[in-house]
Design a protein around this ligand. Sequence first.
Ligand SMILES: [Fe+2]
Ligand SMILES: [Fe+2]
Length: 215
Amino acid sequence: MLTDDQNNSADLRPGVLEDLPELGLIAGPELQEKAIKAWMLALGQSSFRRIRDMPGEAVPGSLILKEGGQDLHLRGVTLVALSMAEYFIKAFPQASIDRDVLIAGGLCHDIGKTFECDPENQKRWAADASRNGRPSLRHPIFGAHICLMAGLPESVAHIAACHSAEGDNVQRSLECTIVREADAAWWRVATGAGLVRPDSIPAEFNRMYAQRVNN
Ligand SMILES: [Fe+2]
Ligand SMILES: [Fe+2]
């Protein structure tokens, strides 16, 4: 049964399509539709109305883009993952990588940030972390919940759930491994290129990467 949030989310569709044009690269119409539905569902349950309005941050307060929103990260990770896959497929014809799962997984890997990065939730959690935790669910867990609710296959929900440290206790799928590497590379390169606010760079990143000064 649809909740009120889901019923009211139809008007979110044009924004999802505009913010993530790479949804059009998903060849299977059913998978493409479910990925769109997942984003409508996630946004509909949050205080965000557009993906581009979500802060361009890795987790709340950490690695915040100087300019641009979460759409840039999702699109970038997807395109980096796709280029890695295309290289392997071209160089090694025997390499079998599911392109559609990779694209849907790349575009949905951080879908749970609608929950973890929602300022309303952060206010609640900060008020008394002893009640529900802070956060109660990190974005990989909430993201997997959204993916499954939207009817996306477990291969895509697995990418949302396990692209980060949450996946360290399982064997990741090949497509999840590619998204995970693309995700980590994206933040490292963004940091090195001076695209991230210096006050939001965690100590371990500061030790590893110097930020190029942009004029
Ligand atoms: Fe993530
Ligand atoms: Fe990410």
